[in-house]
Design a protein around this ligand. Sequence first.
Ligand SMILES: CC(C)(COP(=O)(O)OP(=O)(O)OC[C@H]1O[C@@H](n2cnc3c(N)ncnc32)[C@H](O)[C@@H]1OP(=O)(O)O)[C@@H](O)C(=O)NCCC(=O)NCCS
Length: 153
Amino acid sequence: MKQANFSLSHEYTLRKAKLSDLWLIIFFIVKARLDPTQMKLQQFLVIEYHGRLVAFGQLRNFPLAQELGSLYVAPNFRNQGLGTFLIENLIIEATKPLYLKCVKKELMSFYTKRCFVTVDYQDLPNSLKSKFFLSQLRKKFLKGFVFFMKYKA
Ligand SMILES: CC(C)(COP(=O)(O)OP(=O)(O)OC[C@H]1O[C@@H](n2cnc3c(N)ncnc32)[C@H](O)[C@@H]1OP(=O)(O)O)[C@@H](O)C(=O)NCCC(=O)NCCS
């Protein structure tokens, strides 16, 4: 099995999400205004700190593609590499070409440094074109900030 480049200190545990995590994940997703689609627990990886859930992310499944999404780290735990560690481990788990949608200008360089490159809407797989259709309209006609990115190993 491939290993992530970065490792967590022993106080943290990376694991699959459990049923008991669901409400907290939903709470954080709503609070951070993240995309609430495909809330399938088996798609989530979470990080615990002394048994408390502090970060998570997921791989949404589509025909011929996956989307890295729901990436969240609790405010007090940011800038310590947890987000990067989750991304690395989700990349390892991915089995199809991996995409994401970035709606925050300040996170473009974050994803770029982690091997994601921007792709045009036209070049997305059809399944993601359908999902991102409204975002693309917002980008085109309302000049909303939206970028589609693809993982390039
Ligand atoms: C984005 C997020 C997951 C990053 O998690 P993290 O654990 O702090 O990430 P890491 O410690 O691995 O990396 C920190 C990096 O992220 C950058 N970063 C994180 N949030 C940032 C922000 N709001 N603005 C600018 N840079 C940000 C840091 O500058 C740092 O950059 P660098 O290491 O590339 O120089 C976290 O800030 C978060 O949960 N944000 C709220 C939810 C969200 O926006 N999710 C992403 C949806 S697309």
